[in-house]
Design a protein around this ligand. Structure first.
Ligand code: HAM
Length: 440
């Protein structure tokens, strides 16, 4: 019989084995706790949406919509797309549920979950990846730009990631951007005529969305943009006033930033403030840990009433990689609740008492595991030590006869020799283990 070929996860996806999954959940938990501190509430939207949400929301001229979406016809023939990002779905939900009419604005929500983009997989760039993000919908006041950017900056502080830089720019609005965009495109057309052509992607961008050329990493395209008019010199009065208030607010809040007039970001919905966090410890192609900005026109694009808004998203895998590279997040994410105790039934008859003991420990919130009945004490102790447990609860025939359990400390505080084992009644076990836990 021919063996079946082995199956593997699709290209650009990966399994999160227990250690990585623990770090991801801890990361998302940390983000959620800070989000609550800044007054954001959780929101969960579907993993797929009508394709139009992204075509209209993210923009037909973007790389995401042009070549990166996982789009399929469902069995009813409707075009659906796995979400490549979270902002357009959040705005779709805001409009659908009539939240703008509630009078309780801004609507401040956060989310965490997987996103899908059909990209060329490489380090830091996956086809399935996770984001945590936050959106603040309903106010044009620059104080919300400051609040949101400060929230993101504090999150990176909390993770103790170093070598991080916050870049800030203003993209202008519908009053001043069209003129700037035309002046920029005309500068590039002249440069192409005089020097050399753009890459294929940028040639397309020149007609559809010329400012995206600023984002191209290819040296030829970068060279053609040198000396081009800068967006910050073309802002209208309202945009200048808004941007000054954002910069002033960030300085007052103690958030360090650098101005970057080349920062245009890859999504069409941005107006005014844009920002990005980059980490110098990662390769340039994947050094953006997160970013965001204002998108005051998105609500109307998606069929709602004009509603100013802004938000950001952070790449979970990339940020966890930056933690590992820069020695951040101490204690390590996910290591705050390691296994504490292992209950070891040394004989078959110990099964029930062992279950009782492990259940008492778990009810008291002590992370505990159960050994395999009948295996030798030595083998069970070795497994428990490897798993990092600090307490072993041994139950053999002698213990059953006397109605006690034996508690052995596998590792004492400060690396001192472990004290001798002692015996106690099951009712005393939780107290004893809790004591050992706080001593650590
Ligand atoms: P974005 O810049 O496209 O923004 O994505 C945010 C972050 O997601 C990136 O900085 C990066 O860390 C991570 N990321 C993006 N693509 C990949 C990938 N293929 N593999 C691994 N990580 C990736 C947005 O998505 C906007 N929705 C942000 C936003 C929210 N703007 C306003 N509100």
């Amino acid at each position: 019989m021919t063996p079946h070929p082995r199956l593997s996860a699709p290209k650009g996806t990966r399994d999160l084995l227990p250690a990585d999954a623990t770090a991801v959940l801890a990361f998302e938990g940390e983000f959620a706790s800070l989000a609550r501190l800044y007054g954001f509430s959780p929101l969960v939207t579907p993993a797929f949406e009508h394709t139009e949400v992204f075509e209209r929301g993210v923009g037909e001229a973007t790389d995401i919509v042009n070549k990166e979406m996982y789009t399929f016809a469902d069995r009813g023939g409707r075009s659906m797309t796995l979400r490549p990002e979270g902002t357009a779905p959040v705005m779709r939900a805001f409009i659908e549920h009539g939240i703008g009419k509630s009078g309780q604005l801004p609507w401040k929500v956060f989310y965490a979950g997987p996103m899908w983009r059909y990209e060329r997989p490489q380090a830091g760039r996956m086809r399935e990846f996770r984001q945590v993000g936050a959106e603040s919908i309903g106010s044009a006041d620059p104080q919300y730009d400051v609040e949101l950017i400060e929230f993101a900056a504090r999150f990176f502080d909390r993770l103790r990631i170093t070598e991080i830089e916050l870049l800030v720019n203003s993209m202008g609005d519908e009053q001043c951007r069209p003129a700037y965009s035309m002046a920029f495109a005309s500068f590039i057309r002249d440069a192409v005529e005089q020097r050399h052509p753009l890459c294929d992607d940028c040639t397309r961008r020149l007609d559809q969305n010329p400012l995206r050329i600023l984002d191209c990493k290819k040296p030829g395209c970068r060279e053609l943009t040198e000396g081009a008019p800068a967006v910050l010199d073309s802002l209208c009065f309202d945009c200048i006033e808004h941007f000054e208030a954002v910069k002033g607010g960030l300085t007052a809040a103690g958030v360090e930033f650098k101005l970057d007039p080349r920062l245009v970001r890859g999504l069409d919905y941005y107006t005014r403030t844009t920002f990005e966090f980059r980490c110098g410890a990662l390769d340039a192609a994947q050094d953006a840990l997160g970013g965001g900005g204002r998108y005051d026109g998105l609500a109307e694009t998606l069929g709602g009433e004009a509603t100013p808004a802004l938000g950001f998203a952070i790449g979970t895998e990339r940020t966890i990689a930056a933690i590992a590279k820069t020695g951040g997040a101490h204690p390590p994410l996910g290591a705050d609740e390691p296994l504490v105790a292992v209950v070891m039934p040394l004989v078959e008859e110990a099964r029930e008492v062992a279950l009782q003991a492990v259940s008492a420990l778990r009810s008291a919130g002590v992370p505990s595991d159960l050994g395999i009945p009948g295996r030798s004490a030595k083998a069970q102790l070795r497994t428990a030590s490897k798993a990092g447990a600090r307490v072993a609860v041994l139950i053999g025939s002698d213990e059953i006869e006397r109605g006690l359990v034996t508690v052995r400390f596998l590792e004492a505080a400060g690396g001192e020799p472990a004290p001798d084992q002692l015996q106690c009644a099951i009712e005393e076990l939780v107290g004893l283990v809790a004591e050992a836990r706080t001593e650590k």
